[in-house]
Write a protein that binds this ligand. Structure first.
Ligand SMILES: N[C@@H](CCC(=O)N[C@@H](CS)C(=O)NCC(=O)O)C(=O)O
Length: 207
């Protein structure tokens, strides 16, 4: 039995998107942040920091979105991943690059321009945005080169690098992140957003 605990956030979307691409049978449990369900005793047993996403699989609780995506691929005959250590390491390095670099800076835009405004009625911290822009101006040209050479982040096949990376790009479509200098990233964003599995993942989540 696989249960995915989430909320309307891009980190939870990564796990749902991966589960949908893998065709896994799962139950989705949507936590109500406004009601504090993510800080309840029951959820703190699943995630020690009271965050989403988390999963429950055959009696085990696990958390951290990228680790969860890798786990789901591992229990699915390594589809979207690889049994070959070198190929797996190539996928892992792209997952980590997205989590610790490009994805991290994109998330700053989302937090400053969407979350601060919507939930805290505050205007964005321009210094934080400028810092994020400085890093993205160095990192997005690299991703543009990767995606100009192949349809997906790790070659000709969709992998967990794409399912981990894409939801944050999708969320940033409602921010001032400018992808116009990057036609191959734009092509990849459009193609992934069009996938039936991604649409099914989003359909779980209230806006
Ligand atoms: N690195 C974690 C981040 C998890 C995280 O920060 N989740 C946010 C939503 S995107 C959350 O649950 N926030 C509620 C809180 O911290 O109280 C992951 O990728 O799973």
């Amino acid at each position: 039995m696989l249960r995915i605990y989430g909320a309307s956030t891009f980190n939870a979307t990564k796990v749902l998107f991966t589960a949908e691409e893998l065709g896994l049978d799962y139950e989705y449990v949507h936590l109500n942040f406004a009601a504090g369900e993510h800080k309840s005793e029951a959820h703190l047993a699943r995630h020690p920091l009271g965050k989403v996403p988390a999963i429950e699989h055959n009696g085990h609780y696990l958390y951290e979105s990228a680790s969860l995506c890798r786990y789901l691929a591992n229990i699915s005959d390594k589809r979207l991943y690889s049994a070959d250590p070198v190929r797996a390491a190539e996928i892992d390095q792209m997952v980590d690059l997205m989590c610790h670099h490009a994805g991290r800076w994109l998330a700053v835009y989302f937090y400053q321009e969407v979350v601060m405004k919507k939930y805290y009625q505050k205007s964005p911290d321009e210094k934080a945005i400028a810092e994020a822009k400085g890093f993205l101006d160095q990192q997005l040209p690299f991703l543009e080169k990767v995606l100009a050479a192949s349809p997906f982040l790790c070659g000709s096949e969709l992998t967990i690098a794409d399912t981990v990376a894409f939801p944050v790009f999708q969320a940033c479509q409602s921010t001032s992140v400018d992808l116009s200098p990057y036609p191959s990233i734009q092509r990849w964003v459009a193609a992934l957003g069009d996938r039936a599995a991604f649409k099914r993942a989003l359909a779980h989540m209230p806006a």
